[in-house]
Design a binder for this molecule. Structure first.
Ligand code: PEP
Ligand code: MN
Length: 285
């Protein structure tokens, strides 16, 4: 039986659903976040993504708005009804981030940060675990075990591309990984064609391919003005491009036996840090 991960009572990954998580790479300003959040919500996204803590290669690059960014994400969630997925980089920020989102993202650079994995394993809140850029699927599954062993069974895996030799794409999006992971684990698996290709023009084709190969959802970067983005502008879809992709997906989904899901916005499943069973408590938006 496939494992399901519950973001909200009517937003569940695993099974025949398909969840599109979309938004800017980073929270840059409140206005930009709201513009993108409104656009992706209107186009049918199921969740809003956006980084408040950004893992940047250079310490000189924009590092994210931190706690301020988290507050903006929460506002954008209330405004649109979209639950938020956002990255946590540091064990010291886990509770803060958890308080502001519906799902915590562990990024590729932290896939084997075992202290961080253990910390999110203590939560009763969904975790999106991204494959390290040089990690085998065994290593990804062992990393997931760190979270599961803490008692948090709400783990979604994400293929986001691995390092290759060809600069034609930023990473090599390993779509076979989805099929392999479906053999090896019952956890839901999603695909990130944005980081996986690094080029906006390639994102729609790889997003469609991800659906066809059996992914349970997508993580897609969208920006209102990609040329001005502080992070990952090259791979960001414009809102109109994202809407076109969603229209394509809507045509393909029934053929592949999937249904696009989003929450009615009436309530997000919330869970609290600490021990205890997975909560089914809901809060008003
Ligand atoms: C992201 O999703 O914004 C991100 C930083 O992704 P990754 O960890 O896959 O590089
Ligand atoms: Mn990014």
């Amino acid at each position: 039986m496939r494992k399901t991960v519950t973001i909200a009572d009517d937003l569940v990954l695993g099974g025949d659903t398909f969840v599109v998580m979309a938004g800017p790479c980073a929270v840059e300003t409140r206005d930009l976040l709201f513009t993108v959040a409104d656009a992706v919500a209107a186009a049918g996204a199921g969740m809003l993504r956006g980084g408040a803590f950004k893992p940047r290669t250079s310490p000189q690059s924009f590092q994210g708005l931190g706690a301020q960014g988290l507050a903006m994400l929460q506002e954008a969630s209330r405004r649109t009804g979209l639950p938020v997925v956002t990255e946590v980089l540091d064990t010291r920020d886990v509770d803060l981030v958890a308080d502001h989102c519906a799902m915590l993202q562990i990024g590729s650079r932290n896939m084997q940060n075992f202290a961080l994995l253990r910390e999110v394993g203590k939560l009763r809140k969904p975790v999106l675990l991204k494959r390290g850029a040089a990690a085998t699927l065994d290593e990804l599954l062992f990393a997931a075990d760190y979270v599961l062993q803490g008692g948090n069974d709400q783990v979604v895996l994400c293929e986001r591309g691995i390092r290759g030799f060809d600069p034609a794409t930023r990473y090599v999006l390993d779509l076979a990984a989805v099929a392999v992971l479906k053999e090896r684990t019952s956890l839901p698996v999603i695909v990130d064609p944005s980081h996986g290709t690094g080029r906006a023009a390639l994102v729609p084709a790889l997003a469609r391919a991800a659906l066809a190969v059996g992914a349970d959802g997508l993580l897609v970067e969208v920006h209102a003005a990609p040329e001005q983005a502080l992070c990952d502008g090259m791979q960001a879809l414009r809102p109109s491009e994202f809407a076109a992709l969603m229209a394509d997906l809507r045509r393909l989904l029934p053929v592949l036996g999937r249904r696009l899901v989003r929450t009615s916005g009436r309530g997000h499943a919330v869970a609290h840090p600490g021990s205890g069973p997975v909560s089914d408590e809901v809060i008003a938006p």
